[in-house]
Write a new protein. Sequence first.
Length: 209
Amino acid sequence: MDAAKRFDVLFDTEQALREGRLSGAQAEAVSAAAFTDPGAQQSLLASATVNGLRGLKQDCARVSAAACVDEMAVYERVRRARSIRHWQDPDGTGRIEVRGPIDQTARVMAALEPYERAIFEENRRTGNHARPEQTAFDALVRRCVIAGCHVTRQLEIDHNVPLCDGGTTGYENIHRVCGFHPREKHPTSARLVGEPGQMRLRPNERPPP
């Protein structure tokens, strides 16, 4: 099945298999290696006609290894060129450009997801029909909800009422706070009160045991 998917771009290999010039095992070996380096397809097809399956597999292994090295070189080149730029357009629009390896930029986007979900739930509750890209922007520029705290980095998702005390995972129980305030909040079982951005900590008034 994997070989069949590769044939979508390896037409010559598929044709050789259909014409009987390649066995199924040969076609599998050629397609796997040529998929990593399409430029090697013709040389591998030639190898299949003279070197037998064992020799073909050795050639395929060399092609795959070389492609892996090339891929690592490309990754390192992208990593070395990593950057983040911030500038302003003539109309006053602020712009941010982030460049780097895809796995690392994907980590940044994944870190935004919990905040995007929380903002989406709040928008739905209030009838604010923001587009996904607008929601993502709002998640990116989030800041601690505590009044007077303007920290915007390394925020944590805090359950105002802990799950172990019956708190929910709904938006109304989830807030974005800096790393300092949870350390202040949880030892005293305090609770957040007020509107986001203007919240304060209030000691939890539990009934005595």
